[in-house]
Ligand binder design. Structure first.
Ligand code: ATP
Length: 215
């Protein structure tokens, strides 16, 4: 399949569509209309139709979309048919929680290696995942062909570790620290600042409480 350039906002909605289509498939539903889909995933149907048009998946009027075909299509785009191994750096409170969670409801991604500088935890197995000392970072990432890393380390060390990850050819970093890290153009960063997200939510509730639902 040729590389499809899709807008970021569309790409972000893909996993939502994918999850719901799987539910439909499990329920033996053969087709779905953009209106039905819209109600289920809370995205307006015009947006859904536009999103789908980027993939060349055009629903037929009066028929909707073929669930199985769409799923097969999304699976390819989302790489759901291949297992992606991910590394986690920093097995503190948050790191532990993520190891324990380990994306098991979505079996195509998993944390397969963890790293920590703390000697008490290095060379142990936590929630079924081996924890390596930081001295082994590059070696293990290259050997295990891991290209994605999750950062749950203190902010004071996050840039240094990022540089090490770049040096080990990592292509994507999920950054759970509040610090914005610098990477070359070839590396993609996804920032997840939980405290900030929660504070934003509280801010919206406090300031726009009466008009919720408008955005
Ligand atoms: P969290 O921030 O997840 O709640 P915490 O408060 O338990 O964690 P932090 O001090 O934030 O602990 O550290 C998170 C983890 O990162 C710890 O397990 C710590 O040992 C590890 N860590 C600290 N420095 C480094 C480093 N340079 N390289 C790798 N891991 C590190």
């Amino acid at each position: 399949m040729a590389e499809t350039k899709i807008p970021r906002a569309t790409a972000k909605r893909l996993p939502i569509y994918y999850r719901y289509l799987n539910i439909l498939l499990d329920a033996d539903k053969k087709r779905v209309s953009s209106t039905e889909l819209s109600e289920a995933v809370k995205v307006d149907s015009a947006t859904i139709r536009r999103d789908f048009s980027y993939f060349g998946a055009l629903g037929k009027r009066g028929y909707g979309y073929d669930v199985e075909k769409l799923l097969a299509f999304f699976k390819k785009i989302l790489n759901q048919d291949t297992l992606t191994n991910v590394a986690l750096i920093g097995v503190g409170n948050l790191g532990h929680a993520l190891l324990n969670f380990n994306f098991h409801k979505n079996s195509n991604v998993r944390i397969s290696a963890a790293f920590d500088v703390n000697e008490a935890i290095a060379n142990t197995v936590q929630s079924g995942v081996p924890v390596y000392p930081m001295t082994e970072l590059k070696k293990q990432l290259i050997e295990q062909q891991i290209e994605i890393a999750i950062l749950t380390v203190p902010t004071t060390v996050v840039q240094d570790i990022t540089d090490e990850l770049v040096d080990a050819n990592v292509k994507g970093i999920m950054n759970f620290t509040p610090l914005r890290i610098s990477v070359p153009d070839t590396v993609r960063v996804q920032n997840v600042d939980l405290t900030n997200e929660l504070q934003t939510l509280i801010y919206f509730i406090e300031h726009y409480g009466e008009q919720l639902g408008d955005h």
